[in-house]
Design a protein. Structure first.
Length: 346
């Protein structure tokens, strides 16, 4: 941390500084205090999960996930997001993450998504009177920040505290799983709403045909959630191993993820229309083209970070020093000679 109490800094190790400048669980009261703190922390995390589950019940999310027809379409819509999350997982070449922790993060992503649904529904009407400008403000001030925060909360509640979260890149992996859970329940709610308009007694094949549009749209929207939360998760991992700057690093990750998210929400409508108009293709094809372009750009941004970490890990593991991207030779600037180094602005 770089900060030490002056008494502890001057001590040569021969003094007992317990309850003076250091602390450990030594007395019965110490152990009781530690137990109470653990109980409060566990109770808080449990309360968050329980409340999230109750909200899921309240907004009909559980019935949407368990309905066979909606479930079929939800699984289909989640395939692209699942594929991207799987790719991020296999990009982590440092160590494998336990399946149980990945599944728990996915489920927590489903649960915490409901907090965002409540906040968006409550605050949305405040921006409606301002038309398109209000909608843009809603995306940048509410939807993006809130949804990325609750997805990061899904990682923070469990995976972050596990010993298997042992390197920066693990944050991207668990962030991707939280994003997959968020996308799954969001798709289920949208599809359930669409299926509700089709009536009862519709067969699976007819349902896929009739609801193909909404399923395709949600399938294309899903990978974005994986990308946004994987970016924020990467910075959460960076924050875990840089505790002296933990807060600013987490905020930076959330700002980047929320910006990408809000930009997508703002531009997807006219962007896909523009693609369809220029290419002369149906609206759904134009939507596909725009989403692939947008997610492709930011997906490369994410994968570049993941790749740089993995390459650095393996280079140092082999005992190689120095960044191969750095320029060793001096660069002359006027009368001075400086060493040029590569600089990245995130």
């Amino acid at each position: 941390m770089g900060e030490r109490d002056p008494v502890r800094a001057m001590d040569d190790g021969s003094n007992d500084l317990y309850d003076i400048a250091t602390w450990e669980r030594r007395t019965p009261l110490d152990r009781v205090s530690a137990s109470i703190f653990r109980l409060v922390r566990v109770t808080f995390r449990t309360a968050v999960v329980v409340v999230a589950f109750l909200v899921l019940l309240g907004i009909g999310g559980l019935s949407a996930l368990t309905d066979p027809q909606v479930g079929t379409l939800t699984v289909l819509s989640a395939i692209p997001a699942f594929g991207l999350a799987l790719y991020v997982y296999y990009s982590d070449t440092t160590s494998g993450e336990p399946l149980a922790v990945l599944v728990a993060t996915f489920l927590l992503g489903i649960l915490t998504a409901n907090f965002a649904a409540v906040v968006n529904t409550f605050l949305g009407p405040l921006f409606d009177p301002f038309g398109f400008g209000g909608m843009v403000l809603m995306f940048f001030l509410v939807v993006g920040p809130v949804e990325e925060t609750v997805k990061l909360l899904a990682v923070r509640l469990y995976a972050y505290r596990r010993p298997t979260f042992d390197c920066v890149i693990d944050g991207a992996v668990y962030g991707a799983m939280a994003g997959l859970g968020f996308a799954t329940v969001e798709n289920a709610l949208f599809i359930a709403r669409g299926v509700g308009d089709l009536g009862m007694g519709v067969g699976v094949l007819e349902l896929v045909g009739a609801g193909g549009g909404i399923t395709a749209v949600r399938a294309l929207a899903g990978p974005g959630h994986v990308i946004y939360s994987a970016v924020a998760g990467y910075y959460l991992g960076l924050a875990k191993f840089n505790p002296e700057n933990r807060g600013p690093i987490i905020v930076k990750g959330l700002l980047i993820a929320a910006f990408i998210h809000a930009t997508y929400n703002t531009t997807v409508g006219f962007g896909s229309g523009l693609v369809a108009g220029v290419l002369g293709v149906p609206p759904l094809v134009g939507f596909l083209g725009y989403v692939v372009l947008f997610d492709g750009v930011w997906g490369l941004y994410l994968l570049r970070k993941v790749r740089r970490y993995s390459e650095t890990f393996h280079r140092l593991e082999r005992g190689e020093d120095g960044d191969p991207n750095e320029t060793e030779e001096p660069v002359e600037t006027g009368a001075e000679v400086e060493t040029g180094t590569g600089t990245e602005i995130d």
